[in-house]
Design a protein around this ligand. Structure first.
Ligand code: GAL
Length: 302
């Protein structure tokens, strides 16, 4: 797969899973993301919401379209195509046996800033929309989900008009909030959070706040998930580091002991053709490096 490009599924169709995530549930990988497979609304940098796509794969290379896991079918105001539904993320809850999706749910002018929640019995859905809310009365724009080493699940969301990144703890069933919430990277104006854990430390990679335009990513490190975060540096290298290789973080995952960062390469005026990258992440204590590489997860030569 060529990084920075559009990617095709096993039928030769555009993979539509932007602002997404890749996770393994059982024996398969699943990729969820925004389906933007429509022309931009004329003169704008938006497409009407179609829903959340789900693709599955045995090997992270060949992706099968499982259809819409959550459709913007107008069955709730938040699922109306004229709204905003971005950055969907899914966790499996072992206690309830359900798949739980959270996403950034908003009005077209981004003033509602809520977190939306949907639930399903199978990874491919269909997900049933439950509710959208402001977690602990905080706004929620760019967001991700993260389960820490103590098995606590968090919605990690840009709040206070993107000034501060909050960790809001999910309830045991992952369907709501406990009220426990922590401000991190205070006043640092970070968004597009992606998180991971390695050898006693938590790491986040975030972008700055310049909308669809790429900017420099920064990583932060902490021994605790809910406090002690320090912004360290840009993990990217070389001349394109200042634009995160023209991309924006969305998720980190691990495969065979290797950590990877997923990027979106937005095309604001042709969003359906936005590209993807998956880049290996190397971590050594307080140092994180994410060099550019042209291809990823290619078949090894026989
Ligand atoms: C970006 C954000 C995207 C989308 C976009 C809209 O900053 O990361 O998810 O919300 O703004 O302009």
């Amino acid at each position: 797969m060529k990084n920075g490009q559009i990617w095709l599924d096993d039928q030769g169709k555009l993979i539509q899973a932007h602002g997404g995530m890749i996770a393994r549930f059982g024996s398969r990988w699943y990729w969820y993301g925004e389906n933007k497979d429509a022309p931009n609304c004329p003169g704008t940098t938006r497409v009407d919401v179609i829903g959340v796509s789900c693709y599955s794969s045995a090997d992270l290379r060949s992706w099968h379209d499982e259809g819409l896991a959550l459709a913007a079918d107008g069955s709730a105001p938040e699922l109306h195509p004229t709204q905003v539904l971005e950055r969907p993320k899914v966790l499996f809850n072992e206690k309830t046996g359900k798949y739980v999706m959270w996403f950034h749910s908003d009005s077209p002018d981004y003033t509602q800033a809520k977190a939306g929640c949907a639930v399903a019995d199978a990874p491919t859905g269909p997900f049933r929309f439950l509710h959208a809310m402001q977690p602990n009365r905080l706004d929620c724009r760019d967001m991700t989900l993260f389960v820490d080493q103590e098995n606590r699940a968090w919605l990690v969301h840009s709040a206070n008009w993107n000034k501060t990144l909050y960790f809001s703890r999910l309830t045991e069933d992952y369907l709501g909030f406990t009220g426990e919430t922590y401000a991190t990277l205070i006043d640092q104006e970070r968004e597009a959070p992606a998180l991971c854990y390695r050898d006693g430390r938590y790491y986040s990679v975030t972008s700055g706040c310049t909308g669809w335009s790429p900017n420099a990513a920064l990583y932060a490190v902490s021994p605790h998930v809910n406090c002690g975060w320090k912004l360290i540096d840009n993990p990217c290298t070389g001349v394109e580091a200042s634009t995160t290789y023209q991309g924006q973080p969305t998720w980190m995952f691990e495969h065979e002991g290797q950590l990877y960062l997923m990027l979106d390469h937005w095309k604001p005026h042709d969003l359906r053709h936005s590209g993807y990258s998956i880049l290996p992440v190397s971590i050594n204590g307080l140092t994180m490096e994410i060099p550019w590489q042209e291809t990823v997860l290619e078949e090894e030569a026989p």
